[in-house]
Design a protein around this ligand. Structure first.
Ligand code: FAD
Length: 312
């Protein structure tokens, strides 16, 4: 494929191990990793790239299991050139490589409340794509618009209608790469916003394995049943509770473990492969189904090929 790769100003690397780029520290190689110099570099690259080649944009890999065989794709990862944060009035314009925590802090300095982003360890690109949220607020609540580069290299502006925000997902077309987002938050007093964020961080550290290698909540909270026995989203069950009830807190497979601290967090306790992690997750789903007839749905995205290539 190298003969057919477009010229770039940024960095283009062949066969890059993705375990170096994911929070769980697992994942085989991407065929290519492209770190564009700026938006024009990205747009020209995508316009010139053969349409047969898959494109996978990646943030900081905090919601991903990349399988052990890696990705037959060009992984696009934004770095410098995409991490600006500018505040104007109550609007915050941020490049997709800016970390959610930095955006929240800079907004708070300027008296804008984006505090819910403070404890989410991802980047702005991942926050928009996944409609990240916590403490009752979602990215969709503060989203104004985003700029993206389409798979064929056009620079477009996207509204909330275009993205169709839902729980932890959007309708961003395959191969489109977000490059910038604009958020608008309510006003707040900077000191009070910082105090709230400190309290949220403390609460996280007390209840979740924040120092371990994880990808956040493994499964969505399942829908419950109303008093009439109808399936009902408003009576939500807690994923951690049904995992506990199935006896899977602390369960292990290879180096993968359901955290003792929070049973809906799956951790790489040392030397786990993606197969260990995904296999453990599937075992939890089966145990929960067998014991309570509840089907858990993955919240962590799983991508790539299960089997390593012969030359890996
Ligand atoms: C300890 C811990 C706690 C967490 N707590 C929360 C929480 O409270 N709430 C929550 O919502 N999530 C939580 N997460 C999950 C995760 O942090 C979020 O989903 C985050 O938004 C992912 O961002 P990322 O940059 O790491 O994206 P990645 O994991 O790299 O990618 C996730 C998805 O976003 C896409 N994507 C990333 N960047 C772009 C881009 N520029 N253009 C197009 N698509 C892109 C990728 O293709 C992929 O589909 C937690 C994770 C951890 C490890």
């Amino acid at each position: 494929m190298s003969d057919t790769m477009p010229e770039v100003r940024g960095k283009l690397v062949e066969s890059k191990l993705l375990s170096e780029l994911t929070w769980l520290r697992v994942g085989g190689p991407a065929d290519w990793l492209f770190m564009p110099a700026d938006v024009e570099d990205l747009a020209q690259f995508l316009a010139a790239l053969s349409r047969d080649v898959a494109v996978f944009p990646m943030g900081v890999g905090s919601n991903l299991i990349v399988r052990d065989g890696g990705l037959r794709a060009v992984v696009i990862k934004m770095g410098r050139g995409f991490n600006h944060i500018e505040v104007e009035g109550n609007r915050v314009r941020a490049g997709v490589a800016a970390l959610d925590a930095h955006v929240a802090r800079k907004a708070a300095d300027a008296g804008v409340d984006l505090t819910f982003l403070r404890t989410i360890p991802g980047s702005v690109g991942g926050a928009v794509k996944m409609n990240a949220g916590c403490y009752g607020s979602y990215t969709a609540d503060v989203f104004t618009e985003a700029t993206a580069v389409t798979r064929d290299g056009k620079i477009v502006t996207l509204t909330a209608d275009d993205l169709q925000f839902q729980y932890r997902q959007t309708e961003l077309p395959e191969g489109w790469v977000l490059v910038e987002a604009v958020f608008e938050g309510p006003s707040g007093v900077p000191e009070a916003l910082h105090t709230r964020m400190e309290a949220q961080l403390k609460k996280r550290d007390e209840t979740q394995p924040t120092k371990e290698r994880s990808a956040g909540s493994t499964f969505r909270n399942p829908a419950g049943f109303s008093s009439t026995g109808q399936a009902d989203d408003t009576h939500e069950l807690k994923a951690w509770k049904v995992i506990d009830d199935a006896g899977m807190r602390g369960a292990t497979r290879g180096g993968a473990q359901m955290s003792e601290m929070h049973s809906n967090f799956m951790i790489n306790a040392g030397g786990a492969t993606a197969a260990d992690l995904e296999g453990l997750g599937e075992e939890v789903r089966k145990k929960v189904y067998d014991s309570a007839q509840i089907t858990l749905e993955w919240e962590i995205m799983r991508v790539g090929e299960p089997t390593p290539r012969a030359d890996q």
